[in-house]
Design a protein around this ligand. Structure first.
Ligand SMILES: Cc1cc2nc3c(=O)[nH]c(=O)nc-3n(C[C@H](O)[C@H](O)[C@H](O)COP(=O)(O)OP(=O)(O)OC[C@H]3O[C@@H](n4cnc5c(N)ncnc54)[C@H](O)[C@@H]3O)c2cc1C
Length: 372
């Protein structure tokens, strides 16, 4: 069994797999150590929306990074398929944020002057595109660039492509500790033996709170549980993702709809509750009247990794050692995975990374803010 690598990545969710893929492309010897099964954490729970425009309000480095990541999916779509034979299921028909009264419409319209890609569609236009929506709406904000992918398939496509390019992906090996050694740079203790590497990337989602603490970083990371359900319907014909009152319906093709998601802070449980699923059903039933005839397929829950300011940590440990974090992607880890993988690989191999991104996602940004 090979145990010596240039880079060891802790966590095989979409973030860890994207980093492995981008490092393998650079001919770096890399292993992903996944405590459970690949993509079994928050990645498995996600709806897969690429919501750069619908999720982020400020025109800052975070938004630019998100936009680049969203665009990068269009290149990766074919690139990953060629290497892995797995389709990431990129749907690119945009999103409607609905308004059911004038006040909601005015609030949504405020985004129009800030983003030239957005359009206001009045009621008739919305219903022409989406005739199965309830007809008492006022209109909708159309966000053409916010499509979606399948998170599980994207994670798998990154993983298989990374393997194809030489990466090792090891499942069922939770990493218990990371220590600096004399001869080798880092020793990662797992239940199945010790792995050694020159660089370590901690990318284990919400569970990285443990390593943040144990590696002397006073950075908070808490779970925000999200519950979802999926249904199948032949009656409902949705083209675009529908967003209303903090909830969404994502049409996944072949009549399957994913409906999400609740936001429960500081809850580490990963089973959906009756109340959580009921609240989603109550919100969505008036919007799609025919949903009452849909077949219930599944319910599930996952834990979003939330940092102090809601932005991820992508960068080096402040000690300057070869220890990195790529975690805390909160509500947008699927959207941000392509650029996170590319950025982390570039940091490790010494390629140029935009200064604004290094600063925006730095692990010391909170300390610097306090000092200013
Ligand atoms: C309900 C819900 C809906 C969402 N919808 C969207 C969406 O539409 N669009 C979007 O962009 N984002 C969405 N997200 C957010 C997205 O899912 C996350 O940001 C993303 O999956 C984080 O990926 P990750 O790889 O960092 O973490 P995870 O996917 O959680 O992966 C971490 C991995 O680390 C492993 N691990 C943990 N501890 C160890 C250890 N000690 N050793 C080894 N391995 C370990 C875990 O088993 C897990 O596989 C949603 C999240 C939820 C919960």
């Amino acid at each position: 069994m090979k145990t010596d690598y240039d880079v060891a990545i802790v966590g095989g969710g979409i973030i860890g797999q994207s980093i492995a893929y981008h490092l393998a492309k650079e001919n770096v010897s890399v292993v992903v150590l996944e405590g459970n099964a690949v993509g079994s954490g928050a990645t498995r729970a996600a709806a897969g929306m690429l919501g750069a425009n619908s999720e982020l309000d400020d025109d800052d480095a975070f938004y630019q990074f998100a936009k680049e990541s969203q665009r990068y999916y269009h290149t990766l779509n074919q690139e990953l398929f060629d290497l892995s034979q797995v389709s990431i299921q990129l749907f690119d028909r945009g999103m409607y944020k609905l308004a059911y009264n004038e006040e909601e419409a005015e609030t949504l319209k405020r985004a129009l002057p800030m983003n030239s890609t957005l359009e206001w569609h009045p009621r008739e236009q919305v219903l022409k595109h989406e005739p199965t929506l309830s007809s008492d709406l006022v209109g909708a904000l159309y966000i053409p660039e916010d499509g979606h992918v399948s998170p599980v398939d994207t994670c798998l496509a990154f993983s298989k492509s990374a393997r194809f390019l030489g990466a090792d992906i090891v499942e069922n090996v939770p990493v218990h500790s990371i220590e600096k050694t004399d001869e080798k740079d880092y020793a990662l203790q797992t239940a199945k033996g010790t792995y050694y590497s020159k660089h370590v990337v901690i990318a284990n989602g919400v569970w990285s709170h443990y390593f943040l603490k144990n590696l002397d970083l006073q950075l908070g990371m808490k779970p925000v549980k999200g519950e979802c359900l999926s249904v199948k319907s032949d009656k409902i014909k949705l083209e675009k993702t529908i967003f209303y009152d903090h909830c969404y319906i994502v049409p996944k093709g072949n009549g399957k709809l994913v409906i999400g998601a609740t936001m429960v802070e500081d809850d580490w449980t990963t089973e959906p509750t009756f109340g959580g699923i009921q609240s989603l059903m109550n919100k969505m039933a008036p919007i799609l009247p025919d949903i009452k005839y849909a077949t219930l397929l599944d319910t599930w829950a996952g834990l979003r990794p939330q940092t102090i300011d809601g932005k991820p940590y992508i960068g080096q440990h402040p000690s300057g050692e070869h220890l990195y974090f790529a975690t805390g992607h909160y509500r947008n880890g699927i959207l941000l995975a392509p650029k996170t993988g590319e950025m982390m690989a570039n940091l490790i191999v010494g390629k140029q990374v935009k200064k604004e991104y290094v600063e925006a996602f730095s692990l010391t940004r909170h300390i610097q803010q306090v000092m200013r």
